[in-house]
Ligand binder design. Structure first.
Ligand code: B1M
Length: 210
């Protein structure tokens, strides 16, 4: 069995210790860190998501899978980040109001920091005004909003509106992402940029900060 499949399976089973060991073994075998992340750890999380959807597993299983995935991500973190780079810009990032999902948001943060951006992490369940006030008070060039629920992604339109109302819409870019988002939705609400994954979010944020 490929080591990436083994990592994925152990993430799904929530076996944190095995995931850590397998990630270290994969690195010893010179498997690129980004491949371990995408084809092993994230793949495992996606598959558990499918099982969650069909009712094969419940919230506790999803949480132990997330914990196992994060343990693997922590090992990869130094390899996915560019050490010693000076700040290329400043962004604030959070999961929108009503939404507690933070695994993807944390990956976006890690990749952005890896590209040398300073990231103000607002956490989860972030009110639209908090995004806007933070951008104003901390001079962030980009507001980054993550959402995993179709019901909460609508809060992103409110972030755009509140930035307009505060008179800062021409000074701050707004990036949106998360599984239910799309380029069409981004355009519809008047945000500036949609990214499908953490790596492209980091690249785009660097561009938007220029
Ligand atoms: Co939830 N959940 N969940 N959940 N959960 C989903 C999202 C769901 C699709 C599952 C399903 O039914 N198949 C479904 C949403 C359905 C919908 O809205 N259409 C769902 C639901 C319904 C719920 C609850 C309502 C369940 C309930 O209680 N009945 C509840 C809501 C709680 C709340 O938020 N208010 C809930 C709870 C939970 C847990 C707490 C158990 C747990 C969250 C743990 C945590 O985050 N700390 C959880 C999880 C883990 C999931 C699934 C299984 C996995 C999500 C995940 O972490 N994926 C998910 C099913 C699925 O997605 N397959 C599901 C891995 C992660 C790396 O991917 O977050 O997509 P993702 O991030 C990617 C990209 O999207 C992108 O980059 C990342 C990496 O490349 N990205 C950005 C993300 N943010 C970005 C921002 C950007 C750019 C890119 O720019 C700013």
């Amino acid at each position: 069995m490929s080591i990436l499949i083994e990592i994925s399976e152990n993430v799904q089973n929530g076996r944190m210790k095995a995931v850590k060991e397998l990630v270290n073994t994969a690195l010893e075998q010179n498997v690129p860190a980004v491949e371990i992340l995408n084809k092993g750890l994230s793949e495992g999380m996606n598959l558990i998501g499918e099982k969650f959807k069909t009712g094969e597993v419940y919230v506790p299983e999803v949480l132990v899978a997330a914990r196992a995935m994060n343990a693997g991500v922590q090992i990869l973190k130094p390899l996915l980040t560019e050490e010693g780079t000076s700040a290329k810009g400043k962004v604030c990032l959070g999961t929108v109001q009503g939404d507690m999902h933070d695994i993807g948001k944390n990956l976006v943060k890690m990749m952005m920091e890896g590209k040398g951006l300073e990231v103000v992490d607002l956490g989860t369940d972030v009110a639209p005004e908090t995004f806007v006030q933070t951008a104003i008070e901390q001079n962030c060039q980009v507001i980054c909003c993550s959402a995993l629920l179709t019901t909460t992604m609508e809060a992103m339109a409110e972030v755009v509106k509140q930035a307009e109302d505060a008179g800062v819409r021409n000074k701050v870019k707004i990036m949106v992402g998360g599984a239910p988002l799309s380029a069409e939705y981004c355009q519809k609400i008047g945000a500036d940029c949609y990214c499908a994954d953490a790596a492209s979010a980091a690249d785009s944020a660097v561009e938007l900060c220029k």
